[in-house]
Write a protein that binds this ligand. Sequence first.
Ligand code: PRP
Ligand code: HPA
Length: 175
Amino acid sequence: MANDNDDIRRRIRTIPDFPKPGILFRDITTLLLDAEGLRLTIERMAEKVEGKIDLVAGIEARGFLFGAALAVKLGTGVLLIRKDGKLPGATIAEDYALEYGTDRIAIHADACAPGARVLLVDDLIATGGTARAAVRLLRKAGAEVTQAAFVVDLPELGGADALRGEGIAVNALVA
Ligand code: PRP
Ligand code: HPA
């Protein structure tokens, strides 16, 4: 392949022991600060999109940034997948497991038309719990979700494979 995205990889910083001792945190704030890094990221994410999509869905919070920029590039709107309790209108929600306990994400019930082809976007996939809940939620709303785009995949945590198991084509720029 002509480009293995090393130019993107080297703009992502690794912070040890965040948020807990022993965790190596992949920090995309350094990529966002870099105009060329951000431009390349959105360009490469867009190149991997297959066929026509109607809407980009970004996951709070960092997925909003990449999702909105990608939506502009693709000529679509952006749908917000938020932590529950933040959206003002009628919502539908979905729970997902955390290491300890559960969390809940929500979308506006009328955010997408039935059959809309929605591209799911986030900065990073780890266990895949968040992304899988997002797919369940979008499908509950009637969306057709067949592809997801991430900047970073942490493959040892198995999230991307689990998402593929739900019929999603998963693209990540760096692992
Ligand atoms: C991070 C990341 C993904 C999710 C990935 O978000 O941005 O959304 O975790 O983890 P998973 O694949 O194991 O579900 P976080 O929940 O930290 O929220 P934030 O973007 O609001 O900080
Ligand atoms: N970076 C950012 N978000 C994350 C990470 C990480 O390394 N692991 C789980 N969510």
